[in-house]
Design a protein around this ligand. Structure first.
Ligand SMILES: Nc1ncnc2c1ncn2[C@@H]1O[C@H](COP(=O)(O)OP(=O)(O)OP(=O)(O)O)[C@@H](O)[C@H]1O
Ligand SMILES: [Mg+2]
Length: 419
């Protein structure tokens, strides 16, 4: 079911236009409506929803529809800040509070006084920080690290999570009192698979955006393709749909996309779909999503680099067929075995010296050789390790280079012991 666009309120329409939110599913419209309704009232809001469902629009809507809109809006990714520095980042510190604190520093709660703080991935906050946060929420008071002087701040807090908070409370990882404080108003973002025709709207919009971005002819989806996309369960939600459409827009530019061809871009639903809310620490669908994200981004980067190189060395010569065909070729990328095999890139008809040069460049872009015996994890770990090395350990630059979020990078660093 879809809400008729004519029946959508002007405010909701305005928010959708302003932030580029696509979709008319009743649950999505209800979430946007709730965000607008709660915006002028200074209550804490918790945005809950699966990974990739679009939670990050909502704190912005709340801030921009509130009387705080002319003051600061600071988004903090709680999962990306190391445990040792998070208190100082949020609340500031005094000179000499710890080794390296050569001068005092304001934290986000002081910086954003009068404005809004968005605490993304709030379930990742350490328990000590949760205690400080509870105090701010209850009394507006906080202490800088290393200070005994109570400071006051006037902050609206919007938090987001993709983990099951009740379970986090049960497991003792999240304070129950803080959970209730944060979720005075709860806004649930529906998973993509429950949004019906929004899947078609989103895929058309992404197809047209990517055609423009890559200056390639736009793809068209056949009915069979649309149907398949509507039935698929999208464990990575809108982010996954966007990634899939980006690949298709690149590799199938200008074509009529059928269900069969889409299928080769989708992992087997039965092996990756988990119907519960994604849990950061243990969910296989979560790690699947990040692994795919990194791999696909690598492939996109390769494709762009190759195109540039191709223009440089081979004039109008067409792109190596093996790369264009990569996502269709089950031996090149196999979900079920988690094995990456680029070995066929060197096979087939890629034999010219120019193309051989390009393949060396491919290796340079990834930063290392990918062999048929490397597992997805090993390839990913090695790619991240080298990127960190190239960027002198700077996480922001590394995340940008890999085209992934800092949070994903942070988790991967922890997961692979790359600290
Ligand atoms: N309704 C939508 N219309 C257009 N783009 C969307 C929509 N929902 C999500 N997106 C896009 O999908 C991607 C993922 O969204 P977002 O980053 O908000 O996810 P999230 O819910 O915060 O996920 P996570 O829990 O993993 O952080 C972004 O590129 C976002 O712009
Ligand atoms: Mg997010």
């Amino acid at each position: 079911m879809q809400i008729n666009p004519a029946d959508i309120s002007p405010e909701v329409h305005q928010a959708k236009m302003r932030f580029g939110i696509i979709g008319n599913a009743p649950a999505l419209i209800a979430a946007v409506t709730r965000a607008i309704q709660v915006a002028p009232i200074d209550l804490s809001v918790l945005i809950a929803g699966e990974s990739g469902s679009g939670k990050e629009f909502f704190p912005k809507i709340i801030h921009s529809f509130s009387s705080r809109k002319h003051n600061k809006y600071i988004a903090v990714n709680c999962g990306a800040i190391p445990e040792g520095t998070i208190d100082s980042e949020l609340f500031g510190h005094e000179k000499g509070a710890f080794t390296g604190a050569v001068s005092s520093r304001k934290g986000y709660f002081e910086e954003a006084d009068g404005g809004t703080i968005f605490l993304d991935e709030v379930a990742e906050l350490p328990l000590t920080t949760q205690a400080r946060l509870l105090r701010v929420l209850e009394s507006g008071e906080f202490l800088k690290v290393g200070s005994s002087t109570v400071q006051k701040t006037n902050i609206r807090i919007v938090a987001a999570t993709n983990v099951d908070m009740i379970k986090a409370v049960e497991d003792g990882r999240f304070r129950e009192d803080l959970y209730y404080r944060l979720s005075t108003v709860l806004i649930s973002i529906p998973p993509l698979r429950e949004r019906g025709n929004d899947i078609a709207l989103l895929s058309r919009k992404f197809a047209s955006d990517f055609a423009e971005k890559y200056r390639m002819p736009e793809i068209q989806f056949e009915d069979s393709a649309r149907q398949l996309m509507m039935q698929y369960r999208w464990p990575g939600n809108v982010r996954q749909l966007k990634n899939v459409v980006e690949q298709i827009a690149l590799f199938e530019a200008g074509s009529q996309v059928t269900a069969d061809s889409i299928e080769s871009y989708l992992p087997q639903a039965s092996t990756v779909y988990s119907p519960t809310i994604t849990n950061h620490s243990s969910s296989s669908s979560h790690s699947y999503e990040n692994e795919r994200e990194i791999l696909f981004n690598m492939i996109f980067r390769l494709q762009r680099e190759i195109e540039t190189l191709k223009n440089l060395v081979a004039g109008n010569k067409s792109m190596p067929t093996a790369l264009l065909d990569a996502p269709h070729n089950k031996s090149t990328y196999s979900d079920s075995s988690s094995i990456v095999n680029y070995s066929n890139i060197k096979g087939g008809d890629i034999v010219t010296p120019e193309e051989d040069d390009l393949l060396h460049e491919v290796k340079d872009v990834i930063g290392h050789e990918v062999t048929s015996s490397m597992t997805l994890e090993e390839t990913e770990r090695e790619t991240i390790r080298r990127s960190l090395e190239r960027n002198g350990g700077r996480r922001k630059a590394t995340a940008q280079e890999l085209n992934i979020s800092e949070r994903t990078l942070y988790r991967k660093i922890k997961e692979y012991g790359l600290e």
